[in-house]
Design a protein around this ligand. Structure first.
Ligand SMILES: Nc1nc2c(ncn2[C@@H]2O[C@H](COP(=O)(O)OP(=O)(O)OP(=O)(O)O)[C@@H](O)[C@H]2O)c(=O)[nH]1
Ligand SMILES: [Mg+2]
Length: 704
């Protein structure tokens, strides 16, 4: 860590911390209109004045200083842990003006910890619409801290906030005179005792050391023993003390608000959000609208993206033709054209789909609809032993399982969190999109019903649904095996609807496309080169035999038939061919040939590698026209008997395999990190593999 001063942003969930962080640092962290978007700390830098650079730390939102879920602990540690690697020098508390009372509860707790606090008051625009007017300087005097009104969405108040942070950094909290509540009076003997162990802590911080002893990870064993000893001689009822604390805080907050806040009669005004929710949360219409929203999502991924995809495809085939015309016909040119270009082209084509998927998900999140999805599906989720909270990681799993699994941190109940982590990779992620697209186009006819329902889009939606349904089934089964006494509650705030910030949507689409190309590109370049080598080399004896066999026929061959046969045979006797053939018996019952076998192996690194692998395999084995799009080559592919390889049976079987199988190293790594054990990713790997194999086998047997 560098030696710059640290400024931490804390506050209730969805109060605008990350929006402010992005404004201060110029970075682009994920912002969304629901509670629990940020689940880990993020650090960026900001210039307060010409010569003053500071670290800004964005933290997950917390409702109170008594943490319950994993993400809340991140913020808790940042505030308390003296060994924390970015110990804050100034705390900026975000206070949502449209939920003032509840936000001030957390704010007053922070103030009483005795840390230098600056309050940033956000959402004043929304409060004003509700008829709430806040006199910031008056409220500041009441609480004894500087308060700056900001609107990070509109870049307002940021300069003033920076000035105040610089000021507090230099002079400390100037006008702190008293604690908000008299914490010591809550448990005098106990706090006295704890203060002897931690002389630098305020009475309120000492109270936390006692009541959160099981949770604080940063006290030494000796200190812990001392506190335990204290607990054995001084009576202390944690629940009672906490209840008393909260009551006293609310009393103080009421007092402070009386002189600084003017509120309209809250019942008088019905916000637009409430009117919209009457429809969108309606038991019948609400669910119907949800289905329509999802339907539009999948149709646009398929249909809207098909145009740019065609352009990219033709661009690459022009490039291939051009390169083959200027490069000499040697092994290097072969590597560039059949290895690299084919592999990269196979990935770039899918950028439009990835962008549309992420763009639409961002719009759902930004508008506030995502939280409603969670609400609408609560009943369904309860029936499998989870609750509406778990839907958020599941839906973001449609983009990528890695952040989705981290998002499960917001689930308090340990059992539910574990189950959610275990089922999230069953949701079809964006890496499966390329595989789905290519296979659907191969085996499902491109028909339209009623003019607007596209059959291929419908099948795509079916695959996503299938993953989701399987996730529910597995949750239900796991629910029987994993036991827990912890009771589960579903509390979820419904944020107000907001117009999505289009700039944010655009930036997200762009950055996700970049990450996709970069990450997939890296893997694909390495795998393409390795695969190309494996395809072009093999045991010398076999290859010589093939050379000899065709030597005479090729010379007299006029229509390239012998040439084609020869390169096919050469490929089969290459190292890649030998490898593929060796696993063929295991996958033959699923309808897969050895080329698919190789693709299955390479896509254990990441699913989208499937496409690049196919591209390489089909361009090496095909000495004919290399400028044809991969789809065409696969469509023409035939086995020895001259039968089509990609029949409906094989296509569906392969699709099902990709819906269910765990083929992603990054997901396994993140599951290990979040659960702290290899046991879970390994279990996941096997149960998902078993389901995949079973479904593919049944489908192939029925359809063939
Ligand atoms: N109208 C209005 N909207 C705001 C303001 N500040 C933030 N927002 C919006 O509030 C929503 C939540 O913002 P975030 O920055 O993600 O909130 P957060 O505090 O980081 O939330 P978590 O990470 O979930 O704790 C976004 O939709 C923002 O665009 C404001 O001052 N006025
Ligand atoms: Mg955030």
């Amino acid at each position: 860590m560098n030696a710059l001063p640290n400024i931490a942003l804390v506050g209730n969930p969805n109060s605008g911390k990350t929006s402010l962080f992005n404004m201060l640092t110029g970075l682009n962290q994920r912002v969304g209109n629901f509670a629990g978007v940020t689940v880990d700390k993020k650090i960026g830098q900001c210039m307060l004045a010409t010569n003053q650079k500071v670290n800004i730390i964005d933290l997950p939102g917390t409702y109170s200083l008594y943490p319950k879920s994993g993400d809340e602990f991140v913020a808790y540690d940042a505030l308390f842990d003296i060994n924390f690697d970015a110990r804050p020098n100034v705390i900026v508390v975000l206070v949502d003006a449209s939920n003032l009372k509840r936000n001030l509860l957390f704010c007053t707790q922070i103030i009483d910890l005795g840390l230098p606090v600056v309050v940033a008051l956000s959402m004043a625009d929304i409060a004003a619409k509700k008829g709430t007017i806040i006199n910031t300087s008056m409220l500041g005097i009441q609480l004894g801290v500087p308060i700056i009104a900001v609107n990070p969405r509109k870049n307002k108040g940021i300069g003033e906030l920076k000035k105040q942070i610089a000021n507090t950094l230099q002079f400390g909290s100037q006008f702190r005179i008293r604690e908000i509540i008299d914490s010591k009076a809550l448990a005098p003997a106990m706090i006295d005792g704890v203060q002897k162990i931690f002389p630098h802590l305020t009475p309120y911080a000492c109270l936390h050391m006692v009541s959160e002893l099981d949770n604080v990870r940063f006290v030494t064993e000796e200190q812990k023993q001392q506190i335990l000893h204290l607990q054995s001689i001084v009576p202390f009822n944690k629940t009672k003390v906490q209840a008393a604390e909260i009551m006293q805080r609310y009393a103080q907050i009421k007092q402070a608000m009386k002189v600084s806040v003017v509120e309209d009669d809250p019942l008088k005004k019905e916000l637009r959000t409430e009117q919209i929710d009457k429809l969108l949360l309606h038991p019948l219409w609400g669910n119907l609208i949800l289905l329509v929203v999802l339907f539009i999502l999948f149709q646009s991924i398929f249909w809207l993206a098909s145009f740019p995809m065609q352009w990219i495809d033709s661009l690459f085939s022009v490039g291939t033709t051009w390169l083959s015309s200027i490069l000499p016909n040697n092994a290097f040119a072969n590597l560039v054209i059949n290895g690299l270009l084919a592999g990269i082209g196979g990935i770039i084509v899918f950028v439009p789909q990835i962008m549309i998927l992420f763009g639409l998900i961002t719009i759902l999140e930004d508008s506030g609809y995502m939280a409603r999805i969670s609400f609408l599906t609560d009943r369904l989720m309860k029936s499998v032993g989870l609750n509406g909270r778990a839907v958020l990681p599941l839906i973001s799993g449609m983009a990528c399982a890695v952040p989705a699994i981290m998002g499960a941190r917001t689930i308090e109940n340990k059992k539910e969190k574990l189950i959610t982590i275990l089922i999230t990779p069953l949701m079809s992620c964006s890496a499966r999109l390329p595989v789905y697209t290519i296979l659907i186009s191969l085996v499902i006819p491109n028909k339209n019903y009623l003019g607007f329902i596209n059959l291929q889009g419908l099948v795509m939606m079916g695959l996503y649904l299938l993953g989701f349904v399987m996730a529910l089934v597995v949750a239900k089964v796991l629910n029987i095996f994993i036991t827990s006494k912890q009771k589960s509650i579903f509390l979820m705030e419904l944020p107000i609807y907001r117009a999505p910030r289009w700039y944010n949507v655009f930036i997200t689409m762009l950055s996700k496309a970049k990450i996709f190309v970069k990450d997939a590109g890296k893997v694909i370049i390495i795998i393409s080169i390795a695969l190309w080598a494996l395809c072009n080399y093999g045991p010398a004896k076999d290859r010589q035999a093939i050379e000899d066999k065709y030597a005479s026929t090729i010379a007299t061959d006029s229509n390239n038939v012998a040439q084609l046969q020869k390169s096919t045979e050469m490929l089969e006797h290459s190292y890649a061919g030998i490898l593929g053939k060796s696993i063929e018996p295991a996958i033959k019952p699923l309808g897969f040939d050895w080329k698919i076998g190789i693709a299955l192996i390479t896509s254990f690194a990441a699913r989208e590698v499937f496409v690049g692998t196919m591209a390489t395999l089909y361009s090496v084995g095909n000495d004919g026209d290399n400028t044809l799009p991969l789809m065409q080559k696969m469509r023409d592919a035939k086995n020895k008997k001259g039968e089509k390889i990609y029949t409906l049976a094989t296509g569906v079987s392969l699709l099902l395999f990709y819906v269910f199988a765990m083929q992603c190293m990054s997901t396994m790594a993140v599951v290990k990190r979040e659960t702290g054990s290899w046991k879970y990713p390994i279990a996941q790997f096997f149960y998902m593999g078993a389901i995949a194999y079973l479904f593919s086998w049944v489908a192939f047997q029925i359809l063939s």
